[in-house]
Design a binder for this molecule. Sequence first.
Ligand SMILES: Cc1cc2nc3c(=O)[nH]c(=O)nc-3n(C[C@H](O)[C@H](O)[C@H](O)COP(=O)(O)OP(=O)(O)OC[C@H]3O[C@@H](n4cnc5c(N)ncnc54)[C@H](O)[C@@H]3O)c2cc1C
Length: 474
Amino acid sequence: MTEIRISTLKGGTIALSNDILTALRSELHGNLCLPGEAGYDDARTIWNAMIDRRPGAVVRCRGASDVISAVRLARDNGLLVAVRGGGHNIAGNAVCEGGLLIDLSPMRSVHVDSKERTARVEPGVTLGEFDKETQSFGLATPLGINSTTGVAGLTLGGGFGWLSRRFGLTADNLSSADVVTADGELRHASTAENPDLFWAIRGGGGNFGVVTSFEFKLHPVGPELVSGLIVHPFARARELLAGYRQIASVAPDELTIWVVLRKAPSLPFLSSDVYGKEILVFAVCYSGAVADADAALAPLRALGKPLADVIGPQSYAAWQTAFDPLLTPGAFNYWKSHNFTALSDGLFDALIDYVGTLPTTECEIFIGQLGGAISRVPADATAYPHRDTKFVMNVHTRWRERTEEKASIRWTRELFAATVRYATGGVYVNFMPEDETDRVAGAYGSNYERLVALKAKYDPGNLFRLNQNLRPKS
Ligand SMILES: Cc1cc2nc3c(=O)[nH]c(=O)nc-3n(C[C@H](O)[C@H](O)[C@H](O)COP(=O)(O)OP(=O)(O)OC[C@H]3O[C@@H](n4cnc5c(N)ncnc54)[C@H](O)[C@@H]3O)c2cc1C
């Protein structure tokens, strides 16, 4: 092996000598991968095909000691660092150009303590892997809606899905974590130990260090619960959205309904003459007793005659993978997102207009329903500040050909601008694309100043800067 050049925090490059690289290799349980070596391309390839970066070197970690070695190497040499969990983040901060990639994806264990109802999870674990282990014991914690997403990034930004109105954010269910901070030390973070660090990592993203282990609380869930889709023709969208607003305002915590506006994919339960036409979908999960679901769903079913109603009892683990076929890795993606405390008629009008001009067949606008247990946590209890947000809209633009890129991104930005007046100004940190540096303060909201102060305490040199970055005050 000869020396290699790696990008630094200062913007230049530095040579890492053969001796340094040999010493690092001998320390690692996992691997050091250089460009062209086995594992390098796997590590740098992430969900969003828009991101095509080539790190100078990758440490594929197998445990906390590998993470410590990588962080110390970066600290001692001032290296540019990226941290990869599940590799799903739309902004692509999981990979750096030229720097050191700390790849956690080989760290995949989940250990469930069914008696204590806790799970200890390594940072490369995906939602599907977590659900599989916990559901073997009839347990779960709230996670997101696509099973290939990483638990790590999801949790550090907040994390919400079908169970969150009942049990809170993923981060609200975190009881402790082990974190390698910028000084290369492993710290335990909980309400009892390093409580300020524990506060910061529940919504502050990857700013404070590399989490090597998460401990979650679990809840009895399923194994069967009532879930599925109701698909309507788009022509009645205004009326349906107004009905949804009313139903959502009084829904019990067990009921979560998301709205998806898009062109109909070729789903087997839809008639083929609907494929490619605009539809409005209610995606529904009732996490209470199966016997109580019909009564809870009656108002939604009374909204009119749908094209399909495929709601029924099914395993929670299966429902957690229901959207996977529409969200496969490898496509080009661009997102814009707003938070809302209420849904207004003006917003509905704008959405209806823009659904009329969807740039590709795979684009969708979804409105996720929050509130419930999420909103009962004070905004300053964790770093996640948006406790009053009742709905989050994500404009998810997705295309396959480079020629579709310009029009797709323009459409997304225009829709975002047309709806900004109805939004809170806050944004969910995990839904921000890489060009939204002007929204970072909005992402951390009322907790921004405290987070900046903690950044100065735990990462004064801003080693962990490839994220929705908090700049430490000098
Ligand atoms: C198809 C799709 C569906 C989604 N659905 C939902 C949803 O339902 N609910 C929801 O809340 N979110 C959802 N998200 C957003 C998701 O929460 C974020 O993309 C999240 O960042 C993914 O985490 P990851 O570990 O896969 O990402 P990565 O890209 O690996 O990591 C994202 C960032 O987190 C930091 N990071 C990752 N791991 C660590 C670690 N161990 N220690 C320190 N920092 C770390 C790094 O800064 C990294 O850049 C979805 C995303 C996609 C692409």
